[in-house]
Write a protein that binds this ligand. Structure first.
Ligand code: KIV
Ligand code: ZN
Length: 558
């Protein structure tokens, strides 16, 4: 079948080493948010917004920041001037500016840099046949001549116009991944030769996947082969600049780093033309996960995300790696159960595996300033583990297993009916309504469990209760206050007999203000059973309340 698309052919590789390498070293990072990212925003940022963005990039730790295209926009020109004149560029940060390879644009670009301490001038020419021939009507020779003329102009212009500044060169053969590799190598070697780097100085050769037209392994092959064929490799820094049209920019960049590249250009959240540039948040955090010290920090990712959404006007997908609202959240029962167990045993797991590892969680969310609080959320797919976790986190209540089973059926029925997520407050409301607050038709007025003088474990007390609107005084006599209370309740004119089947006590809190919690299960002569939960300052009080609530449950059939 004739192919529909003219995909570039794989390059012939003389050797292929990258697949068996490991990523251990951090590349140099260059954030191009303020140029490539900004130019693709529906509403490009104002100078004030760009300044804020610039500060955020510095806080994250970027040491190289492309700040704009000064010859293409008055705003970019002014922004560059403001950064320099207002002394906003930290000493260890180098800005870069982009220019086309045209004389008047280069001249304007150099004007924008007057007074800068150190900067990169980034010049580009398209080198693919598609662009050279069909967009610009140029041959490869003409394109090369244009690139080299531009390099001379930057070199000579910066010596005169920017005499006190350190100016470095970056060259991009645009559409590198669709360019004949020998031509790319030749033009890049010639650029270095023309620039004449000082001893020890290197030229940045930025090799972009301007449009992602290849699979990531082919990008890596091209980078490895380019570096292999270079004549002036030791005078260059190989930089990656991947766009995300096939959704593989992160993988492509990772593989190209394995192939030997030294530097990466990208944007936060991948802002950029079409499907964007490589997303530096995902890429950097992937490397950090692998143990690479990237020099960048995303310690408060939610605040950063919200601020970037505001500045860019573009939202972040809730499932965006690391930063999306839902990426550390589990809805399904089996996942919740596993996460719950993992988190409860996190220390033991760390000890066993030698480092942090929890089921269904890629990294520890706390590393990104995210807490575990809202990570397990409840809907109709949720199971007991999730419900137990949310209850424990939100209210400190740790339900016994059978009661949890009983409760999760009610939660699922509620979620099915509501057709949406169940909030933690609703979960607690459901629990209270079903097990805690049932106080009709039976209402306890008071209970005085009095120990007898001869045997303090023997109770001979009194219960005052209201049942179906009528007041009762009942004698409570048995071994222990709870058994005595059950005996008293059994004297009421109930439509059934009942017994206490299960009883469990717990507490919320561990200091002197801890609250007692009691869980009970009652069953009646009609074959029904109900759970009740009671809270109180002491266990007896909590138990009595739990029994009354469960008894009302039996009476109401709820
Ligand atoms: O994607 C690209 O090729 C570019 C160049 C200007 C480097 O942004
Ligand atoms: Zn780009």
């Amino acid at each position: 079948m004739k192919p529909r698309y003219a995909c570039p052919k794989p390059v012939k590789v003389s050797r292929r080493k990258w697949p068996s390498r490991m990523l251990r070293q951090s590349p140099v990072w260059c954030a191009v948010d303020l140029r490539d990212g900004n130019q693709a925003l529906p509403n490009p940022m104002t100078p004030v917004q760009k300044k804020r963005y610039f500060q955020l990039l510095i806080q994250i730790g970027f040491k190289e920041i492309e700040v704009g295209f000064p010859s293409a926009s008055a705003d970019d020109f002014q922004f560059c001037r403001d950064l320099i004149e207002q002394n906003l560029i930290p000493e260890d940060v180098t800005i870069s500016v982009l220019t086309q390879a045209r004389e008047h644009l280069i001249s304007k670009t150099l004007d924008a840099l007057k007074g800068v301490r150190r900067a990169v001038v980034h010049v580009y020419t398209a080198t693919s046949e598609l662009h050279m021939k069909f967009v610009f009507g140029k041959t490869a020779e003409e394109t090369k001549a244009m690139a080299l003329d531009a390099v001379r102009l930057i070199r000579d212009g910066s010596r005169t116009k920017l005499a006190g500044s350190e100016i470095l060169l970056e060259f991009s053969p645009e559409e590198f991944t669709d360019t004949d590799l020998d031509f790319a190598v030749d033009i890049c070697d010639s650029v270095i030769e023309t620039w004449q780097p000082k001893p020890g100085e290197k030229v940045i050769l930025n090799l972009p996947a301007t449009v992602e037209r290849r699979l990531p392994n082919q990008y890596a092959d091209m980078i490895e082969e380019f570096m292999y064929r270079q004549k002036r490799g030791e005078q260059s820094i190989i930089s990656l600049h991947a766009h995300n049209d096939m959704g593989s920019a992160v993988a492509a960049t990772e593989m190209a780093l394995l192939a030997g590249a030294h530097r990466v250009e990208g944007t936060l959240f991948g802002h950029g033309e079409r499907c964007g540039n490589v997303d530096l948040i995902t890429l950097v955090l992937n490397l950090q996960y692998l143990g690479v010290n990237t020099g960048l920090t995303f310690g408060n990712i939610e605040t950063l995300r919200d601020e970037l959404v505001e500045l860019s006007g573009i939202g972040v997908h809730p499932r965006h790696p690391y930063a999306g609202e839902l990426v550390f959240t589990a809805f399904s029962g089996s996942h919740q159960d596993a996460i719950h167990k993992g988190l409860m045993n996190a220390d033991a797991l760390t000890k066993h595996f030698g480092a942090w590892k929890v089921p269904y969680l890629h990294i520890d969310p706390r590393d990104l300033g995210r807490s575990f609080e809202k990570f397990i959320r409840i809907n109709s797919q949720s199971g007991k583990g999730g419900i137990a976790y949310v209850l424990q986190q939100e209210s400190g209540i740790h339900l016994p297993r059978p009661l949890l089973q009983d409760f999760s059926a009610s939660v699922q029925a509620f979620a099915d009916k509501a057709g949406r997520e169940v909030e933690a407050s609703e979960l607690i409301g459901l629990l209270r309504a079903k097990y805690v607050l049932q106080d009709s038709p039976l209402r306890l007025l008071n209970y005085w469990p009095r120990p007898t003088a001869a045997d303090p474990t023997r109770i001979e007390g009194e219960v005052h209760a209201d049942f179906n609107g009528q007041a009762y005084t009942l004698s409570a006599a048995a071994q222990g206050p709870i058994a005595a209370f059950v005996r008293a309740m059994q004297q009421l004119p109930l439509p059934f007999t009942f017994k206490l089947d299960e009883y469990e006590e717990d507490s919320i809190g561990s200091d002197e203000d801890a609250e007692a919690v009691t869980f009970v299960k009652l069953s009646n002569s009609a074959g029904q059973s109900r759970y009740g939960i009671g809270f109180g300052v002491n266990i007896d009080q909590a138990a009595v309340r739990a029994i009354v609530s469960a008894l009302n449950g039996l009476l109401n059939g709820k």
